[in-house]
Design a protein around this ligand. Structure first.
Ligand code: 5AD
Ligand code: SF4
Length: 485
C-alpha cells in the first residue's frame, strides 16, 4: 500500500483544510475514527468490496478508492454480500454495462435487508448521466452515496458526510477539476499496475459516450507520472500500463515538449520497470516517432491495441474517426515492419447506423489484410446524448448476422496468429496460479498472449524464459527454460 505523501499534516481537529490532497487526508482520518469505533462495537474489523465494471481506467480508479478505504482501517471483504461498504464503479460504454449494474442493485436490496448498516456507494461513468441518477433515485432509494468521475478523489469526504448523516449523499460534477495528485492507492496486483497519464477525451467519435462522462482531455505532468512510476517500482511493481483514452495526444496543453513517445521512453527507462504497456492508441495520430520508440526499447511490450471500429470509409467518416481504411492498413503494415513479432489487437463495432453488407465486407477485408492478433467485437449500442443515437437504427437480426460474420473472421485469424510463436522461447511475466491447475502458473508474454507452465520454483511477479511448447487455441502450454531473465 502507498503511504501518505511526505510533508503533509494530518490534523483532524478544527476545520478541514481547503487545499487538496490535505483535505481528503483530513477526512480519511475522520472516517477512520468513526470506523474504528464501530469496529470496536462489533468486535470485528469493518470491510469493503469494490465491484469494477468496464475498462482499465476504472480498474485504476478502483485501486485508488481501495487505497483510501485501506487508510481508513477497512479491510477487503471476502465477498460482496459480506461487505460493510459495497462500492460499484460503473461503466456506460454500452448498454449491457448499464443492465449489469441495475441487476446488481436489485440484489443489493436483499443485502440491505440482511445487514441494515451496509452502505452502498455508486461511482464511475454511469453516474455522470442524468437519466441514470433519476432512475436510481426512484427505483433504488437504498443507495447511500453517489458520485461521478470528476470528483472521485473526494470519496473520503463524501463517505464522512454519509457516516455523519442519515440521507443519501450525492455529488456529481458536470466538469472536470484540476488533477489531484498524491492520494493513496492499493494495487490489485503487487507486481503490475496502471498509471494514468491523461484523463478524458476530445475526439467525440459519434457513437461514444466517453467524452461526455469523462470530460475534456487533461494530461498529467510528466514529473508526477515518473514519480508515481518510480514509487511503484520501489514497491516491487515490474510491469506498468500507461493509461489514457488516446495516449497519442498526451502532453497537449502542458508547458513541456514531452509528447507520448518521450514519456514512453522515460517510463521504459525508469529503474526497476521491466515491461511497459500502454492503452489506447487512436490510429489517426499514431506517429512514426512512437513506432521508433517502441522498436528501440525491448522492454516496451510488443503489443499495440489499435481500435479499427470499422473497415468502411463511409462508416469511419460517419463515426468521426479521421482516418480511412487505407491509412489504417498502411499504419498496421508500418508497425509490423518496424517491430518484429508485434501483436496488433483491435476493437470493431458492428451495426453502426447506416451500415450495409458492403460496409461489413470492407471491415472483413481489413481484418484479412491486417490479420489481427485479437479483436473485441461489439454490437453497436446507442448511447443517449451521442450523435449516432439520433440516427436511424438498424434491424437487430441484420446486425446479428453481420456480427456473427465479423466474429468468426476475427476468431479464425487470431487463432492462426496465436500459433506463430509455437516452439519459440519467450520472456514471460508470472501473473498467478493457473485457475484450472493450481500446480502451474499463468503468465503473459510481451505480446500479451497467455502461457501456462509448471511453477519451477518461480514466484508471482518473476520473469522467466519459457519455451512455448504448444498453442491451444488462444493460450500456450510451456516449460521454463531459465527461471529469471
Ligand atoms: N456501441 C458499441 N461499442 C462501443 N464502443 C464504444 N462505444 C460503443 C457503442 N456505443 C467500443 C469501441 C471502443 C471500445 C472501448 O468500446 O469499440 O473502442
Ligand atoms: Fe470514445 Fe473515440 Fe474518445 Fe475512444 S477516441 S474514448 S472511442 S470518443
Amino acid at each position: 500500500m502507498n503511504g501518505y505523501p511526505a510533508g503533509m499534516t494530518y490534523e483532524t481537529d478544527g476545520a478541514a483544510p481547503p487545499e487538496e490532497p490535505a483535505r481528503q487526508l483530513f477526512f480519511i482520518r475522520k472516517c477512520e475514527a468513526l470506523i474504528n469505533k464501530r469496529a470496536q462495537e462489533l468486535e470485528r474489523p469493518l470491510c469493503y468490496f469494490i465491484q469494477t465494471f468496464g475498462c482499465q481506467m476504472n480498474e485504476r480508479d478502483s485501486e485508488k478508492l481501495a487505497g483510501v478505504m485501506g487508510q481508513m482501517g477497512l479491510i477487503p471483504a471476502p465477498s460482496e454480500d459480506k461487505a460493510d461498504i459495497l462500492l460499484y464503479n460503473t461503466c456506460t460504454v454500452r448498454e449491457n454495462a448499464d443492465k449489469r449494474l441495475y441487476g446488481r442493485l436489485g440484489v443489493c436490496k436483499a443485502y440491505k435487508q440482511e445487514n441494515r448498516d451496509m452502505l452502498i456507494a455508486l461511482c464511475g461513468c454511469m453516474m455522470q448521466e442524468e437519466h441514470v441518477i433519476d432512475r436510481i433515485k426512484s427505483s433504488y432509494p437504498y443507495v447511500d452515496i453517489i458520485f461521478g468521475t470528476h470528483n472521485i478523489y473526494r470519496f473520503a469526504e463524501l463517505l464522512y458526510s454519509r457516516l455523519t448523516s442519515d440521507s443519501c449523499v450525492k455529488e456529481i460534477w458536470k466538469d472536470a477539476s484540476d488533477i489531484v495528485e498524491e492520494l493513496p492507492a492499493l494495487r490489485k496486483y503487487p507486481f503490475k499496475t496502471g498509471i494514468n497519464i491523461m484523463y478524458g477525451c476530445n475526439n467525440f467519435c459519434t457513437y461514444c459516450i466517453v467524452p461526455y462522462v469523462r470530460g475534456r482531455e487533461r494530461s498529467r505532468e510528466p514529473k508526477d507520472i515518473i514519480r508515481e512510476i518510480e514509487k511503484a517500482a520501489a514497491d516491487g511493481v515490474v510491469e506498468i500500463m500507461l493509461l489514457g483514452q488516446n495516449v497519442n495526444s498526451y502532453g497537449r496543453g502542458l508547458d513541456t515538449d514531452i509528447g507520448f513517445p518521450e514519456l514512453l521512453s522515460m517510463a521504459a527507462e525508469a529503474d526497476g520497470i521491466k515491461r511497459v504497456r500502454f492503452m489506447t492508441s487512436h490510429p489517426k495520430d499514431l506517429s512514426d516517432e512512437l513506432i521508433k520508440t517502441i522498436a528501440e526499447h525491448e522492454n516496451i511490450a510488443r503489443h499495440i491495441h489499435l481500435p479499427l471500429q470499422s473497415g468502411s470509409d463511409r462508416i469511419l467518416e460517419a463515426m468521426n474517426r479521421h482516418y480511412t481504411r487505407e491509412r489504417y492498413i498502411d499504419l498496421a503494415k508500418k508497425i509490423r515492419d518496424a517491430i518484429p513479432d508485434v501483436s496488433i489487437t483491435t476493437d470493431i463495432i458492428v451495426g453502426f447506423p447506416g451500415e450495409t453488407v458492403r460496409d461489413v465486407e470492407d471491415t472483413l477485408d481489413v481484418i484479412e489484410q491486417v490479420r489481427f492478433d485479437g479483436a473485441f467485437t461489439f454490437e453497436y449500442s446507442p448511447r443517449k446524448g451521442t450523435p449516432a443515437a439520433e440516427m436511424e437504427q438498424l434491424d437487430k437480426a441484420f446486425v446479428q448476422e453481420n456480427f456473427d460474420r465479423v466474429l468468426s473472421a476475427v476468431q479464425r485469424i487470431s487463432k492462426e496468429q496465436a500459433g506463430r510463436f509455437e516452439g519459440r522461447r519467450m520472456e514471460v511475466l508470472t501473473e498467478g496460479e493457473d485457475e484450472k491447475d493450481p500446480s502451474r502458473y499463468t503468465g503473459r508474454i510481451s505480446q500479451n498472449n497467455v502461457v501456462h507452465f509448471p511453477k519451477s520454483g518461480l514466484r508471482v511477479g518473476d520473469f522467466a524464459e519459457v519455451q512455448l511448447d504448444e498453442c491451444r487455441g488462444f493460450y500456450y502450454n510451456g516449460t521454463v527454460v531459465a527461471p529469471q531473465t
